[in-house]
Ligand binder design. Structure first.
Ligand code: ATP
Ligand code: MG
Length: 445
């Protein structure tokens, strides 16, 4: 993408109403625009990151054996009357009437609808296990929408639902989700710690929230700091192997890590003092096992291998896709701007032409741009007729992890400069070597 033809409405001033750094940088980098309280347009740069995050979520869900579909944002109230949640959900639910005076709502979540789909099409244990998920916009009329996309009213969520024949199978689905989530967040460059949580309006006893540590997080968290160094890494997971998946979950949930809702001071006090930490975290996901809470009232029943009709065991599992942009920025920035992890960056690399109009510099930039494209990498090429300082400031603000700087002086020696946004370190090399290096960095993405 050539910056001269792109739409990147960068703000010079700090927006007055943005209280936390991720909100500030998302506005300044021209990623989002607020249209009403907690409701945003996703401008091109923000949209690219959102799509990238969605893609990672999809890939890891499919890898775990889960099946994508798409349910609508608007739902009939009658489904929610069946589960009893139409009255329980309260003011966060946006209720709408259509022209025939039928009660509708903008879905805050989809347990009822997925249960309806299931009961209409599945009737035998032979069709289980089954996990369906979608990535769809939700609406919750939050009392205090704030912090930009972190607590929006309209927000994008991945929500998945497992259907299993019994509790053991459903707990395996729960574990599978935990492991797939760990991998998902790691690919985004995040450490998200599974913490024992309380269940709220979804119901059920078995639940973990995934928290990214950040001072600006809304949840108070208590943990043994050794959990922060656990990594899933590249290990091979067989998602059908119940004991392997359970082992991984055990590894990640044995050390103390809880939110204030489930915190137990007596247990916490037994952690060696040097490892005992109280902090704040951003909830980027949550998994639940809730047994037959929805299947029973809604008649999601299958015939088991003994010919008996039994309600299925279910769980639901959510990832805050749009909130993740904020969480990643909170975890990865400096005073100049965002520092995108390679996994989610809107563009893998930026090209800065120090002297637009200089024929050698222009030709070298074009060459780099094409060579990167040939390797499947779309660079953001700053081809504007601007001062070098302004170009650097824009690149630093929007946070591409790598920058190639091209100027007549370097080219006279046959070199360009490759700079890491994270460390600030630069290295001179030939344009070909720079392309190879960047391609290598993204090879495993
Ligand atoms: P919170 O406690 O932050 O209100 P929740 O527990 O009600 O969230 P869930 O029903 O668990 O939310 O939804 C799954 C995920 O969706 C959450 O972990 C969070 O990352 C995200 N999410 C929930 N509410 C919002 C919101 N208002 N704006 C952006 N993301 C949200
Ligand atoms: Mg939650």
């Amino acid at each position: 993408m050539r910056l001269s033809r792109y739409f990147l409405p960068v703000l010079k001033e700090n927006p007055a109403d943005a209280q936390i750094v991720s909100h500030r940088y998302m506005l300044r980098a021209g990623m989002i625009r607020q249209q009403a309280a907690g409701i945003y347009s996703w401008l091109p740069l923000g949209f690219r990151v959102l799509r990238r995050i969605e893609e990672i979520v999809h890939q890891e869900q499919v890898r775990a054996g889960h099946i994508p579909l798409l349910m609508p944002t608007l739902q009939p109230a009658d489904l929610w009357r069946e589960s009893g949640r139409y009255d329980d959900y309260g003011q966060e639910m946006l209720r709408i009437k259509d022209r025939h005076e039928r009660d509708m709502l903008y879905g805050p979540t989809n347990e009822e609808m997925i249960t309806d789909i299931f009961r209409s099409h599945v009737s035998s244990y032979k069709d289980l296990p089954l996990t369906l998920y979608h990535i769809q916009w939700k609406f919750r009329d939050e009392l205090r929408p704030r912090f930009g996309v972190m607590r929006g009213r309209e927000f994008l969520m991945k929500d998945g639902y497992n259907f299993d024949i019994d509790k053991d199978a459903a707990l395996h689905a729960y574990n599978r989700h935990m492991v797939s989530y760990l991998r998902t967040y790691e690919r985004m460059g995040l450490t998200a710690i599974p913490m024992r949580a309380a269940s709220g309006p979804i119901g059920g006893d078995n639940t973990h929230e995934f928290l990214v540590l950040a001072n600006t997080g809304e949840s108070e968290v208590f943990y043994d700091d050794r959990v922060t160094s656990l990594k899933l890494g590249a290990r091979d997971i067989d998602y059908d192997d119940r004991s392997q998946v359970a082992e991984v979950c055990k590894e990640f949930t044995t050390l103390y890590a809880r939110t204030d809702e489930t915190h137990d001071q007596a247990v916490f006090d037994q952690i060696p003092e040097a490892h005992r930490k109280v902090g704040r975290g951003i909830e980027v996901g949550q998994i639940f096992y809730f047994s037959t809470k929805y299947s029973e009232p809604m008649g999601a029943v299958v015939v088991n291998d003994k010919g008996e009709r039994v309600p299925v065991h279910m769980g639901s599992h959510g990832i805050g896709v749009s909130r993740l942009l904020g969480a990643i920025i909170e975890a990865s920035h400096d005073d100049k701007g965002i520092i995108w992890p390679e996994g989610v960056t809107p563009f893998p690399v930026g090209i800065v032409n120090l002297k637009q109009g200089d024929s050698a510099a222009d030709a070298a930039c074009e060459g780099l741009y094409k060579a990167l494209k040939a390797k499947g990498l779309e660079a953001l090429y700053d081809d504007r007729d601007e001062r070098a300082g302004a170009k650097f400031a824009t690149m630093d603000l929007i946070g591409l992890p790598w920058r190639i700087t091209v100027g007549p002086r370097g080219l006279a020696n046959g070199v360009v400069e490759l700079t890491s946004r994270r460390t600030g370190e630069s290295e001179e090399m030939s344009p070909e070597a720079a392309v190879d290096r960047v391609a290598q960095i993204y090879a495993g993405r």
